[in-house]
Design a protein around this ligand. Structure first.
Ligand code: NDP
Length: 283
């Protein structure tokens, strides 16, 4: 499987697992936990959550899914901008660790920019790192200007990741942000890579490309093509959310797909890349 390496030298598989909305529906809970465990059993490592997701329901479910196997996981969590003061990040992180049933996060991200100065949030992250509560820090929903501003802050440790909306529905970041982050060695974590399971997966071009490919599970699917398309970018880690073992299995098999030049050209014809700056979209 393709890997990505963070600026601090940690390498993980480029396919991870999102968890937004997991834990919201009691009837789906068992399947959701099995889905995460299946991913870990198969060698996936990155699990992405946030204090915002279900006001802690996602973190609690992740804690249950990874209980007894913390070392298998590269655990990513996100702090709300309203909690991103120097003291606030410590309190928020402590609350998240409790729900997750662990004593450290592998990566802690500022969920999006708010009104608290970046310097203060980063100082809070560095405090957490010194205290052993996090191993690394990064940001989310930062456009090029935000990343430049962040780069001007002197920090002992590098920003390791920028988690952004990137899918065939939202190609704007191909104009500048992907290359900017790559040049700094910062990993792009692509969120909602399946277009949240909506219209994108019914796009005729994805159906046509899928029809030309197979995986070990059988004929390829539009979801697998959408994922393989995101994963084709170097330095990009995709974090689709799979609420069932069946979806997890299908998503993992997407790493077997090698899209050809002809596939990529056909996709570009149907969904063209950006020709000018597009402000970063967020969900
Ligand atoms: P995704 O693009 O990952 O889509 C998830 C949807 O696709 C779910 O409805 C899921 O259904 C469905 N799905 C999953 N696998 C398949 C498949 N193989 N075939 C068909 N449908 C499938 O959207 P998300 O918004 O969840 O994004 C992924 C993750 O990114 C989030 O869970 C979260 O961790 C992170 N994120 C971060 C944000 C940020 O601001 N930093 C914002 C948004 C997301 P089912 O549940 O039934 O499997």
């Amino acid at each position: 499987m393709k890997n990505v390496t963070f600026p601090d030298g940690i390498t993980v598989p480029a396919l991870g697992m999102g968890t937004w909305n997991l834990g919201d529906d009691e009837a789906r809970r068992d399947a959701e936990i099995r889905s995460i465990r299946m991913g870990l059993d198969a060698g996936l490592r990155v699990v992405d959550t946030a204090e915002m997701y279900g006001s802690g329901r996602s973190e609690r479910l992740v804690g249950q899914a990874i209980a007894g196997r913390r070392d298998d996981v590269y655990l990513v969590d996100k702090v709300l901008p309203s909690n991103a003061s120097r003291d606030g990040v410590r309190k928020a992180c402590a609350a998240s660790l409790k729900l997750l049933g662990t004593d450290h996060l592998d990566l802690y991200l500022l969920h999006w920019r708010g009104s608290i100065p970046l310097e203060e949030t980063v100082a809070g992250f560095e405090d957490l790192k010194r205290a052993g509560m996090i191993r690394a820090w990064g940001v989310s929903n930062f456009d090029v200007d935000d990343m430049r501003e962040l780069a001007r802050i002197h920090t002992p440790d590098p920003c390791c990741a920028n988690q952004i909306l990137y899918s065939l529905d939202y190609r704007g970041v191909e104009y500048d942000l992907l290359a900017h982050d790559r040049a700094q060695g910062i990993v792009t974590m692509a969120y909602s890579p399946l277009g949240q399971g909506g219209e994108l997966l019914r796009a005729p071009v994805l159906k046509r490309v899928a029809a030309r490919h197979e995986t070990s599970l059988g004929p390829a699917t539009p979801a697998q093509v959408a994922l393989a398309w995101v994963l084709r970018q170097p330095g990009v880690l995709a974090i689709p959310k799979a609420g069932s073992p069946a979806h997890q299995r299908e998503n993992m098999a997407a790493v077997e797909l090698e899209l050809t030049k002809a596939d990529l050209a056909e996709i570009d014809d149907a969904i063209p890349p950006p020709r000018r700056k597009v402000s970063l979209a967020m969900i």
